[in-house]
Ligand binder design. Sequence first.
Ligand SMILES: CC(=O)N[C@H]1[C@@H](OP(=O)(O)OP(=O)(O)OC[C@H]2O[C@@H](n3ccc(=O)[nH]c3=O)[C@H](O)[C@@H]2O)O[C@H](CO)[C@@H](O)[C@@H]1O
Ligand SMILES: C=C(OP(=O)(O)O)C(=O)O
Length: 430
Amino acid sequence: MDRIRITGGNPLHGIIPISGAKNAALPLMIASLLTSDTLTLENVPHLADVEGLMRILGNHGVDISVNGRRERQEEGYSRTIHFTCRTIVDTTAPYELVSKMRASFWVIGPLLAREGRARVSLPGGCAIGTRPVDLFLEGLAALGAEIEIDGGYVNATAPKGGLIGNRYRFPKVSVGATHVMMMAATLARGTTVIENAAREPEIVDLANCLNAMGAKISGAGSKTITVEGVTTLSGARHRVLPDRIETGTYAMAVAMTGGDVVLEGTDAALLDNALDILRQTGAEITATGTGLRIVRNGGGIHPVDVVTEPFPGFPTDLQAQFMALMTRASGVSHITETIFENRFMHVQELARLGARISLSGQMARVEGVSRLKGAPVMATDLRASVSLVIAGLAAEGETVVNRVYHLDRGFERLEEKLGRCGAIVQRVSE
Ligand SMILES: CC(=O)N[C@H]1[C@@H](OP(=O)(O)OP(=O)(O)OC[C@H]2O[C@@H](n3ccc(=O)[nH]c3=O)[C@H](O)[C@@H]2O)O[C@H](CO)[C@@H](O)[C@@H]1O
Ligand SMILES: C=C(OP(=O)(O)O)C(=O)O
């Protein structure tokens, strides 16, 4: 199993290219199930989750070809991939594949919309809470689907003639359930109105792609999304938006180690809230023509309180990284996690490096310390893992992050990107 060995203490200087967003690429890839034409996606990140989803889509009958042309000079960065699903050959998404990744459950929407039936294993994904699927099932039932759960699988059947548009209000905001409702409603008869929808940029990216495929979706990015059903969708070409979580992660790394880094190919507007918070900690952030520049030259890290919220609030996917930063702040900060009930597993690992953090329910109290010292630590989930990398970069001596496969789910060539900016980060394979 691979590990990452970090020798901390170096400020970061240079340019980091930001990849296409994992959390946009996954639903976009799934949208290829809605059409018999080719959906071409540009800027698809090279990640374990993308490879895993390709296997799942292949099982349903999607033919996948990766362009020879590289999008960037460096071999292996985000790619252009063509997805063609002439016919759906299997409407079952099996446990062995779906249990590895939360988003793979989302195939239920397109399968049901196009084929009228789906049998999909209950999902896996980061172990950050119970992560039920009740909202998906209620939403699909509102479109007329009959749903039963049997042997760890959700069996869903559309009425004769297909799903039927309806008005549905989510009792709680869910990114995944909004993606699924939107995809399912594109081929439903009549109009669907989704209320209390998630507003994340990845929802807007999916809606834009679906509209390019011939769907009639309006309101994505607001709380109410309207989908007028159409009979078929066609192919399209779409570029995956930049990864706002990767952007925020590297910005926090620079805010913690100090230095001057340009994050190339990203868009500051995707993470306004997180960047405002970072500015309050003392980092200087400016938008450049093609990305953003983050600078911290000396000066302390100011403590700032944060509460995670659905977009446009502070993202839960940056909570662990921000906590790493706050471990070195000149004072006490409070970090409240409101999205997932068990997303503090990095706390005990940060403590191994000398962080002082106490938990009370969903709130962490972080008392900044003047130095962290390297230690062996265990990655527990994707964003927790990268928070340990950030802390290791700022710690004295050597930190070894074990169970690196979590990182490979969501960070493209992390050690190479950091290494180019002066970090000493090495992957050790055993
Ligand atoms: C692949 C992907 O895009 N993953 C992101 C997506 O996950 P995901 O789509 O799984 O997250 P949701 O927005 O659905 O989850 C929000 C909350 O709703 C709850 N819930 C969700 C569905 C449901 O049927 N019932 C229910 O109770 C969840 O347990 C959680 O407490 O959004 C999360 C919140 O921004 C991010 O952390 C994940 O990185
Ligand atoms: C929690 C995440 O992913 P997933 O929803 O796939 O588990 C994440 O991207 O931080």
